[in-house]
Ligand binder design. Structure first.
Ligand code: KIV
Ligand code: ZN
Length: 507
């Protein structure tokens, strides 16, 4: 029988540490629900002690998401573990994940602790975590730069204290695949009791090897893989789970292992994470990139037409890439729209479907062919847009050669509305200056990107912006056939995120 590999998703914790990926608790809940549909075994929902927003998000996910184990991160500190225990209180299946660094550089320079003190803190942390949850994971941060003997000593001690999963992080993405596999073998040979628990790996991508290292560890006997959707995360990111999963499934000849993931949900999950975090997917990204299954060279196209397997090692349907059976246009009715939405893998409520349908009709009236990407942009803009404190009511711009670009905007709040005008060096600048007049908190625009969803001039355009305030990044996305309106929407969305974060953290 094939041995099972546990898929541990940390998109909402390590993934959210990507610059600009800050998510509302409601958005985190949406992603967690999709991860449950995808069928991951564990969802690391956040780091409860790190902020009030994170505590709330973990609590909401623990209370509302069923199926996967819900996990909260905690340093090997009493206050962290108590916060994680509290946030996870109502989860049907829960795990506390506690960690401390074991490499010399981290112990000396960061923790200012001796190895003995680190080992003692690790054991105490696991013992305390056991009071809140039977299921406790222990991670030795920077394991790949730790002395192997000390690492094994710590693992043995936390195992005796009751840890049920032992995790080996390549925190700085330093390991090479064969070396990492060797480390896993050594741990299996030298840590007493390791065969009674789950041995896990957590790889970062600083050398672009996170997925390769994870697969090498599985060959060496690890049975849990940690990673994120689209590989998002701190610095160069984490192991991309969709790549790990498809690697196992595609290379059963070498990796005869089982994953209980519904791979047809991969594409949908990837899009949702990208839409809500505002982190785009590079076109050539393995498995989920726009070009992952596209063929341009004549010789390839010819081969694929004769037999797909000449140049495709996976079937795009396996990962849920929509096969476009339904073509939408201006005469399409609600039923056809609903079918298309289902075909694309969305599960919308009646009310969400109605909102998206109204918007679709508006676009279809002005644009000939409606593509799947158009529908995705409409849903991202209408349904997945985060809750608004300020809403853009209208934007009006005068611009052209010889004219002074001038914009007037109206923003509406529950109890008031604000009209402001401004002049700028260009129309977008004028709009942004007018919007900024309404908004009291200082911030800086650090990124502005425009993307046309399809090639034509009547296409829906998507604008992505990033703002910075006090070292934190807030992203916003807007879509419209009017690119200036899309720019205004994106800016207002990012400002709303900033506002919500500032309020939640009581700043
Ligand atoms: O990269 C790392 O070491 C981590 C730990 C908290 C597991 O994210
Ligand atoms: Zn990490």
């Amino acid at each position: 029988m094939q041995e099972k590999i546990y898929i541990f998703d940390t998109t909402l914790r390590d993934g959210e540490q990507s610059p600009g990926a800050s998510l509302y608790p409601e958005e985190k809940l949406q992603i967690a629900q999709q991860l449950a549909r995808l069928g991951v075994d564990v969802i690391e929902a956040g780091f409860p002690i790190s902020s009030r927003g994170d505590f709330e998000a973990v609590k909401q996910i623990a209370e509302n998401v069923e199926g996967p184990i819900i996990c909260g991160l905690a340093r090997a500190k009493e206050e962290d573990i108590r916060a994680a225990g509290e946030a996870l209180k109502f989860a049907k299946r829960k795990r506390i994940h506690t960690f401390i660094a074991t490499s010399e550089i981290h112990m000396k320079k960061k923790l200012e602790m001796t190895p003995d003190e680190v080992k003692k803190a690790a054991v105490e942390a696991v013992k305390l975590a056991k009071e809140f949850s039977e299921d406790v994971e222990f991670s030795a941060e920077d394991a790949t730069r730790s002395q192997v003997d000390f690492l094994c000593e710590v693992f043995e001690a936390v195992l005796e204290a009751g840890a049920t999963t032992i995790n080996v992080p390549d925190t700085v993405g330093y390991a090479l695949p064969w070396e990492f596999g060797e480390l896993i073998r050594k741990i299996r040979e030298n840590v007493r009791g390791i065969d009674k628990v789950i041995l896990s790996v957590h790889c970062h991508n600083d050398l672009g090897l996170a997925v390769a290292n994870s697969l090498s560890a599985l060959l060496a006997g690890a049975r849990q893989v940690e990673g994120t959707i689209n590989g998002i995360g701190e610095r160069a990111g984490n192991a991309a789970l969709e790549e790990v999963v498809m690697g196992i499934i595609t290379r059963q000849d070498i990796l005869p292992l089982r994953v209980d993931v519904d791979t047809t949900q991969i594409y949908r999950t990837s899009r949702l994470v990208s839409d809500l975090t505002g982190i785009p997917i590079q076109p050539n990204k393995a498995i989920v990139g726009e070009n992952a299954f596209a063929h341009e060279a004549g010789i390839h196209v010819h081969g694929v037409m004769k037999d797909r397997r000449t140049y495709e090692i996976m079937d795009p349907r396996q990962v849920g890439i929509p096969q476009s059976r339904i073509i939408l246009g201006k005469h399409s009715g609600r039923h056809a729209f609903e079918e298309k939405v289902k075909e694309l893998g969305y599960e919308l409520s009646k009310e969400e479907l109605s909102r998206a349908y109204i918007r679709f009709k508006e676009v279809a009236d002005r644009k000939k062919g409606i593509t799947d990407r158009d529908i995705e942009a409409i849903i991202a803009d209408e349904v997945y847009a985060p809750p608004e404190v300020l809403r853009l009511d209208f934007v009006q711009v005068t611009s052209g050669s010889g004219l002074l670009p001038t914009a007037t905007v109206r923003l509406v709040r529950e109890d008031a509305s604000f009209v402001e005008s401004a002049v700028g060096v260009g129309p977008v600048d004028a709009i942004y200056k007018a919007i900024a007049k309404v908004f009291a908190l200082s911030h800086q625009l650090v990124d502005f990107r425009v993307e046309s969803i399809t090639g034509e001039t009547e296409a829906i355009g998507e604008v992505m912006v990033r703002l910075e305030r006090e070292g934190r990044i807030y992203s916003g996305k807007g879509a419209s056939q009017d690119i200036l309106e899309a720019a205004a929407k994106a800016y207002v969305q990012a400002l709303n995120k900033l506002l919500a974060f500032t309020r939640k953290e009581g700043r």
